[in-house]
Design a protein. Structure first.
Length: 470
């Protein structure tokens, strides 16, 4: 009886595994955004949240700390995620790691709704396996980072679940309202996640759905499209022009994106077959695709084909940025997980499926576990704010030799410029910064920068960095 309980009531319940992996990702949940992968992206998200808390809580004017002597207000994703961090900070005081917890909770819910969504159209085993593969995919680490990617993808998955409820003969206002709410929040949080909307074409070519239902659904979808269009194509350009600081990447022309994609094609493809669901998972994606074609499984082929077509547009618009930033593949992973789960379904031996899922899980965890730690040489950045507090006021502007990496600026809890050693050695450049209010120079010796000696007064120095008076 107990064995039956554990076999069927626990291990066969996707909620158990969602909980297990949520607990696993609590390891180091309070760590600052300094882990190996994309700490720069996390630090800009945290900057915005901290500035809501300390400077101005107006959600329409997000600001970062690397705009020199400007206000820092700039165009970016609509800061739903950042604002949730701010709201928690109002209750408990500001901490960046609230973002980790928010993302973990929302992404865990997203996986559960992903399971429920697939369960409506495919066998329970496919739904379970797809959700499990998604759990151990590249989402494993990124669903606990202070970044909006899996957060936004999860909100859109939840939106699609309620949208599908409405289209599946449950035409009530509740489903429609939740479709709109989560859709707006998700797509505003990260525009590329909207690619998955192309799957709704399947519903619109479904003769079993009433034309009136399709028209109502399409009409209310404008309530999602309108604020998204306004934010990204009207308000973001306005913020950039009005406050004079460009920060947010809106994509390249398709011609340039295509050229970049061809140049970096091996690297881009690597994000799909190695990064996203690893080798074991990708193998069964190929198996699923082959069997789907052989057995003429129209639904899963339509989902995968339409999604791939729309996501290819994202790849082409991103070009070199997609090649150099692996996290851009995150919104497509749920579709890959579904196809891989269909591939697993072709195996009749259930015990063998369990073994394969175990292999997929182990491969996913082992390949990402290094991202749960902070390298010792980067921990030195944790002392930056305390050192600057000894010699300066919080409003003093600084310059850092970290190139394009904003992470050190976040940990100084100051505002200013990011630059190179070459510029630091240029007296005209430094005179210009001094005239614009730059009072201190931070030279990073190891992490994010390399040592350079300047003919200026050193006020603090240790083995990791030195601070000059400008």
């Amino acid at each position: 009886m107990n064995r039956n309980f554990f076999n069927k009531k626990i291990f066969a319940d996707i909620r158990f595994w969602i909980f297990v992996f949520a607990v696993l990702r609590l390891y180091g949940i309070t760590d600052p955004p300094l882990e190996v992968a994309h700490n720069w992206r996390q630090s800009t998200v945290a900057m915005v949240a901290r500035n809501f808390y300390e400077t101005d809580a107006n959600i329409f004017y997000p600001r970062i700390d690397i705009a020199g002597d400007k206000t820092g207000i700039t165009g970016m994703e609509f800061p739903v995620f950042n604002y949730l961090i701010y709201l928690l900070s109002l209750i408990f005081g500001y901490e960046a790691w609230y973002g980790r917890l928010i993302n973990l909770v929302v992404s865990s819910a997203g996986i559960y709704f992903f399971y429920k969504l697939i369960l409506k159209y495919f066998k329970p085993a496919i739904a379970f396996n797809a959700a499990f593969i998604l759990l151990v995919s590249f989402w494993l680490t990124y669903s606990r980072k202070i970044m909006p990617d899996t957060f936004a993808s999860s909100l859109v998955i939840i939106s699609m679940y309620y949208g599908s409820n409405y289209l599946d003969k449950k035409q009530n206002s509740g489903n429609l309202a939740l479709y709109i709410f989560f859709g707006v929040a998700g797509i505003l949080s990260k525009l590329p996640v909207a690619y998955i909307w192309i799957v709704y074409l399947i519903c619109f070519f479904n003769g079993e759905i009433k034309t009136s239902t399709k028209l109502i659904f399409a009409s209310v979808s404008i309530l999602i499209i309108a604020p998204v269009y306004y934010w990204y194509f009207i308000w973001v350009p306005f913020l950039v022009e009005e406050f004079g600081f460009w920060h947010f990447f809106m994509g390249d022309p398709l011609s340039k994106g295509f050229s970049d994609t061809m140049t970096y094609l091996p690297r881009i493809l690597n994000h799909f077959y190695e990064t996203a669901i690893r080798y074991a998972g990708f193998t069964f994606l190929i198996v699923g695709l082959i069997f789907g074609i052989i057995r003429k499984q129209k639904l899963i082929l339509a989902i995968f084909g339409l999604s791939l077509l729309a996501f290819t547009f994202i790849v082409l618009k991103s070009g070199i940025i997609f090649a150099h930033h692996s996290y851009y593949v995150l919104p497509f992973i749920p579709v890959m997980a579904l196809m891989a789960a269909y591939g697993l379904e072709q195996i009749r031996n259930k015990k063998l499926i369990v073994v394969i899922l175990f292999i997929i899980g182990v491969e996913g965890i082992l390949n990402q576990w290094n991202d749960f730690r902070i390298r010792p040489n980067e921990k030195a950045l944790l002392g930056l704010e305390a050192d600057f507090n000894k010699i300066s006021e919080p409003e003093d502007l600084i310059v850092i030799n970290s190139g394009y990496h904003p992470t050190p600026m976040y940990f100084t809890h100051r505002k200013g410029w990011l630059t190179s050693n070459k510029n630091l050695a240029d007296s005209a450049y430094m005179d210009n910064l001094r005239n614009r209010g730059c009072k201190y120079v931070l030279v990073l010796k190891n992490s994010f920068g390399s040592n350079i000696d300047l003919k200026k007064e050193i006020v603090i120095e240790n083995e990791d960095y030195k601070i000059y008076k400008n």
